[in-house]
Design a protein around this ligand. Structure first.
Ligand code: GLU
Length: 468
């Protein structure tokens, strides 16, 4: 098994999901999960993207075996394979110019035919070749694809697959245009096959957008005399409209999900469900290790998998609600520190215990913690509450009795009872007003705990006083 990401962008959720299926299958089979960085597109590949991909996989727990293979370091090997194909006549140099090829495609379009290379330079005589070279023409290298070839494979997801050589667009370019005495940059289908064969890959698991490539690659395996791996083409991830999830859909990178406060556990869990149905009785919440124990391709759907935010949110909330306060602090503290928010560890942990049960994402843990670190301006409903009948006397009665320093829950309850009696208001009036005074909002976590957290620093007193 291998993942072969191109470092031309950040780790996309589709690539990460492919990584999940590779990882699960490798673990289930006791096989190896290898990583190959396909960085041969020099203009678009960037080291920061490689770093982002490695970091994202590690964060998700999709650990790979051994060192990542770097494709650009293997170019001599790719060239050797092309030389071999040229020597055996399975590939040849094509001298057609860009202009000639464009003209050919225009003619095909005008005749309503699918664009394909017409194999015009497949059988040049040595004299014709010499003439092109003398003209100073450059050449690509093309691999012969016979129109009457039939390519079949048994796909682990899609079953029996069958392609006709005639549907592959004519002889395929395997090396870019270069002076005719050289071999230009080797291209994707060729390098993938050379590398997968060298890495002894037994199973290629990748998105179904690669199906046509698989047909071409199988011809290359045969031509290179290498055994072909087993293929599994996984369904694509679709957006709400049922189209392939793309950058236009906003959050599509693993690092974006992370920045939005999704946990690695929930995201890995969710990606596993994108296209795979767990066996009866397993439920939808599981770890990667639990999924690996039962993963198989029989339960991978052929149809595209629609991205479902509600389910991801549900999974993430389940993960967060299952965290202890100390664990949650581990997640939230870096985010709070980034806001400039610090306090004693035990106080922070109590805040985590308070907020934990209502979190959907870790970002909620920032927003809901904000009024504990920054004095809030009361919102409209809170202002109305503070201006309503009984609010001021109730809060004033509480403030009069409020001691300095920390309070126990029992003492706080007793103070509330006394203040309610002294101000002759309903308890509800005091509770609502106290919430408005402390949090600037009528919504929020448990009121008593909120008060007790804001009490020791004197913040509770100041907020109540301010609201008066
Ligand atoms: N570098 C290719 C991609 O990112 C790899 C495809 C494959 O898995 O063979 O699409």
């Amino acid at each position: 098994m291998r993942l072969a990401p191109s470092p031309t962008g950040t780790l996309h959720i589709g690539t990460a999901r492919t990584a999940v299926f590779n990882w699960l299958f490798a673990r289930r089979q006791g096989g190896q999960f290898l990583l190959r960085i396909e960085d041969t597109d020099k203009e678009r590949s960037k080291p920061e993207y490689t770093a982002n991909i490695l970091e994202g996989l590690q964060w998700l727990g999709l650990t790979w075996d051994g060192e990542p293979v770097v494709q650009s370091e293997r170019i001599a090997e790719h060239r050797r394979a092309i030389e071999g194909l040229l020597a055996s006549g399975q590939a040849y140099r094509c001298y057609a110019t860009e202009a000639e090829l464009a003209e050919m495609r225009e003619r095909q379009a005008a005749e309503n035919r699918a664009p394909r290379y017409d194999n015009r330079h497949r059988d040049l005589t040595p004299e014709q070749e010499q003439a092109f070279i003398a003209e100073g023409r450059e050449a690509t290298v093309r691999f012969r694809i016979d129109d009457d070839a039939t390519i079949t494979w048994s796909d682990l997801v899609r079953g029996e697959m069958r392609w006709s050589g005639a549907d592959l667009g004519g002889d395929m370019v395997i090396a870019r245009r270069a002076p005719a005495d050289r071999i230009g940059d080797p291209l994707y289908n060729l390098v993938v096959v050379v590398d997968d064969a060298a890495m002894a890959i037994t199973h290629v698991i990748r998105g179904e957008d690669h199906i046509a490539n698989t047909a071409k690659q199988l011809l290359l395996y045969a031509a290179l005399g290498a055994p072909a791996p087993v293929f599994a083409h996984t369904p694509l991830i679709l957006n709400q409209e049922g189209r392939k999830l793309s950058k236009r859909d906003g959050v599509t990178s693993v690092s974006d999900f992370r920045a939005q406060g999704y946990t690695a556990e929930a995201l890995a869990n969710y990606m596993t469900l994108l296209g795979w149905s767990p066996p009866e009785g397993m439920g939808e919440r599981f770890s990667l290790a639990e999924a690996a124990a039962v993963f198989d391709f029989e339960r991978v759907n052929k149809a595209g998998a629609r991205f479902d935010w509600d389910k991801l949110n549900w999974l993430n909330s389940q993960v967060l609600h299952g965290r202890s306060a100390a664990e949650l602090l581990g997640d939230l503290q870096p985010l709070w520190t980034a806001q400039g928010w610090t306090a004693e560890a035990s106080w922070l942990e109590q805040l985590c215990a308070l907020l934990g049960p209502s979190l959907v994402t870790l970002q909620d843990g920032v927003e809901q913690a904000r009024p504990f670190f920054e004095r809030p301006e009361p919102n409209e409903p809170a202002q109305q509450q503070l201006a309503s009948e009984g609010a001021r006397p109730a809060l004033a009665a509480l403030l009069e009795r409020l001691p300095e320093g920390p309070l126990s829950a029992e003492a706080a309850q007793a103070l509330l009872t006394e203040a309610v009696a002294a101000a002759a208001v309903k308890k509800g009036v005091l509770m609502k007003s106290l919430r408005a005074a402390l949090l600037g909002s009528l919504q929020g976590p448990d009121l008593l705990t909120t008060w007790l957290l804001l009490q020791p620093s004197g913040e509770a007193r100041q907020r109540i006083a301010r609201s008066l």
